[in-house]
Design a protein around this ligand. Structure first.
Ligand code: GDP
Length: 197
């Protein structure tokens, strides 16, 4: 898919205030610092559509972008901030769950996973939650330029093996690097395929 246009629409903390659910929607979520903003910018071919920051404690918002006037890209707040208070964690949980469990045009949730690490409990738990709620998802393994291709493949294989305990069919997995712009066509073509269904 070619990205002809991408534009920020709205940020909010309440899924009821999201844009009208009249187009397919793809949400991106993952542990804080996983490389979500960089990936969104890489996919959209923009330098600063989503903000990039290594700093914890960013405002937790649901951010909508419209792409090619055909679909919404949603930047969801990251999970797993080490320094976030209990109150903020429960605010995150409520806002994100309300969104995920009620957004009727949600076509796929992309769960971002850092390809440098072996399977992490927090990511596996989030995926179990998606499964329990029958939410369609795919996995994106980020920052593959940071180690050898073998290491990324092996961490992805370990992750798939961990999921195989609970899942008969493991959802699609993508290996990406925002620094090297790899995996872009694969993710965008996957979205195009779902849009065409
Ligand atoms: P977010 O908190 O998940 O939105 O993550 P960011 O996109 O802000 O990235 C966190 C840090 O990882 C920043 O310092 C980025 O420059 C870096 N980063 C993100 N993606 C990549 C990547 O593909 N390769 C490399 N080498 N660094 C990356």
């Amino acid at each position: 898919m070619k990205i002809k246009h991408s534009e920020f629409v709205i940020s909010n903390t309440d899924f009821n205030k999201c844009p009208k659910a009249d187009k397919p929607e793809y949400a991106f979520i993952g542990r804080s610092n996983v490389g979500k903003s960089s990936l969104i910018n890489m996919l959209m071919g923009r330098k600063q559509l989503a903000k990039v920051s290594g700093r914890p404690g960013k405002t937790q918002l649901i951010n909508h972008f419209i792409v090619n006037n055909e679909w919404y890209l949603v930047d969801l707040p990251g999970y797993g901030w080490a320094k976030v208070s209990k109150t903020d964690k429960s605010k995150w949980a409520k806002m994100t769950k309300d969104y995920l469990e009620n957004r009727e045009n949600l076509a796929c949730v992309f769960v971002l996973i850092d390809s440098r690490h072996e399977p992490q409990k927090i990511d596996l738990e989030f995926i179990s939650y998606l499964g329990e709620n029958r939410l369609p998802f795919a996995m994106i393994f980020t920052k593959t330029d940071k180690q050898s291709p073998n290491k990324s493949q092996s961490n992805m294989a370990k992750f798939r093996k961990a999921l195989a305990k609970d899942w008969e069919n493991i959802p699609p997995c993508f290996l990406t690097s925002s620094a090297h712009k790899t995996g872009r066509d694969e993710v965008l073509d996957f979205i195009e395929e779902i849009n065409g269904e």
